[in-house]
Ligand binder design. Structure first.
Ligand SMILES: [Zn+2]
Length: 486
């Protein structure tokens, strides 16, 4: 007996539980992909497993639906595998420990993978349903959506007949996503040369400078909130110091991922004893200035400094100044708001990761825009600024956005049926983040697409939860859409 056995809709939760017992973090999708392949073969369904481990499964139309246009259903099989500190599950090798409480499903100590395991479970339940006649279903289950959408980028869809697609990677019931941003990664490396330090003398010490206490967040969905980026703020503090004293830089860096707003950044400096008081005064001033500029957007921000023991070589002089100037010139945050959709960010960028390496100061940006031209223009602008500073630039991982379609028969049909069942219209939303719909739309000409899903909370964290009743309602809704002809 599974934990979810006898929870309705039974077929959906049975498949969700089976998936949850197979480790399927991004980059570790071999086993889940093989499971999906065998699922199709056992049922005599046409199935392709490509070299990336993407899966395509096709189920022919049921009786009476032979003349209906097919539906493409789509989700991603990988999940963000994160756990609480102290949790002893090996997520690369073990299944999840599902729990049910207060109408919600979660996994003890880890993320649940409702994103996007529930999308996969819906697809399997639909493919498995023998007693419900539907149009031809073409199911796409991609790999590694969470780490850069490599599966969607590499998949061949030329064998599909469908021109309308329901993407099942949305985490709010009642909100249909109808367009998303495209993106690119921009890496800048500003060359720096480490100076051999003079003999370490007794009056020298190491001082760590830290920008901390920031809220961070998703570099697409939360970029408009005006929160501080620790990497950029550290750059500002160092520039302020450089105006008043010689800067001897041992290290600097911060952030954990391109697509997360950096919450913490730090630098280590070499100081003379008689410079400490001055540094402390400037840091205090900067701390006040930053608090005042961020206020409620980031109430817990702090700039602090502490002395460290030890000695070190350092960077100094014009190369430090040039690197800090280049960092200051490169834009960050919201660049433009949409002219068409009120409140939607059109173009933005985030300095997610900064690190001082042997090659120089490395800056990694995630660039996003719902307008592909604007994204390219921003990448060109950044390249210009960086090249002027003698830096190396690489623009890579570029993927197209999914523009809002003025005419969408699928959206019209889905809104109509939603209104009939729920008694009100769904919210149609454009998002400033990437979805596979953009990439897949670029591979199927004229693809008509809508993105829906049940309520999930705290995805990508060990607190992730999935609402059981919402899963049931979305299942009934999906069936109603698929069964209704037209
Ligand atoms: Zn997802």
């Amino acid at each position: 007996m599974g934990i979810l056995t006898s929870i309705e809709p039974e077929s959906v939760f049975t498949f969700f539980e089976e998936i949850s017992q197979i480790p399927h973090g991004s980059g570790n999708v071999g086993a889940i992909s093989d499971y999906l392949y065998h699922f199709a073969k056992e049922r005599g369904l046409f199935c392709i497993q490509d070299t990336l481990k993407n899966i395509i499964i096709i189920k022919e139309a049921g009786p009476g639906y032979e003349e209906e246009a097919p539906y493409i259903l789509q989700g991603h099989m990988d999940m963000v595998a994160v756990k609480e500190p102290g949790c002893d599950i090996d997520m690369a090798a073990e299944g999840l420990r599902l729990k049910v409480a207060d109408g919600m499903i979660y996994a003890e100590g880890t993320s649940l993978g409702g994103d996007d395991g529930i999308g996969v479970a819906y697809c399997l339940a639909l493919l498995d349903a023998r007693d419900i006649a539907m149009p031809r279903l073409e199911v796409i289950l991609t790999v590694d959506e969470e780490t850069g959408m490599e599966g969607a980028t590499g998949i061949d869809l030329s064998m599909l007949h469908g021109r309308r697609m329901i993407n099942l990677d949305q985490e709010e019931e009642g909100i249909f996503i109808t367009s998303c941003a495209g993106g690119a990664r921009v890496d800048v490396v500003i060359p720096m040369e480490r100076e051999q330090h003079e003999t370490w003398t007794k009056d020298l010490c190491l001082m760590e400078l830290k920008v901390t206490g920031l809220s961070g967040g998703h570099s697409g969905m939360e970029i408009h909130k005006g929160r501080g980026n620790a990497n950029c703020l550290l750059g500002e503090v160092l520039r302020a110091l450089a105006e008043h004293m010689p800067l001897r830089l041992v290290s600097m860096g911060g952030g954990v991922a391109d697509n997360a707003i950096a919450r913490e950044a730090s630098a280590v400096l070499v100081l003379k004893d008689n410079e400490i008081a001055k540094l402390e005064a400037i840091v205090e001033e900067q701390d006040k200035r930053i608090r005042l500029s961020l206020q409620e957007k980031d109430p817990d921000v702090k700039v602090i400094c502490t002395t460290l023991s030890g000695e070190s070589g350092f960077y100094t002089g014009s190369c430090v100044k040039a690197a800090l100037d280049c960092l200051a010139k490169l834009p960050n945050g919201v660049v433009a708001m949409s002219q068409d959709v009120e409140g939607l960010v059109e173009t933005s960028l985030n300095l997610g990761v900064m690190a001082l390496t042997e090659e120089g100061l490395r800056l990694q940006y995630a660039v996003r825009s719902s307008v592909d031209r604007a994204k390219e223009a921003l990448c060109e602008q950044m390249t210009g600024i960086a090249k002027e500073a003698g830096a190396q630039v690489s623009v890579h991982g570029s993927y197209p956005g999914w523009a809002y379609q003025k005419e969408s028969p699928l959206r019209d049909k889905m809104v109509r049926i939603y209104e009939k069942i729920y008694g009100h219209k769904p919210v149609l939303q454009a998002i400033h983040a990437g979805l596979e719909c953009g990439i897949l739309s670029s591979k199927i000409e004229g693809l008509d697409c809508v993105c829906v899903g049940p309520d999930l909370q705290d995805v990508h964290t060990a607190q992730e939860k999935m609402d059981i009743a919402s899963v049931g309602r979305v299942w009934e809704y999906l069936l109603a859409v698929l069964i209704q002809k037209g």
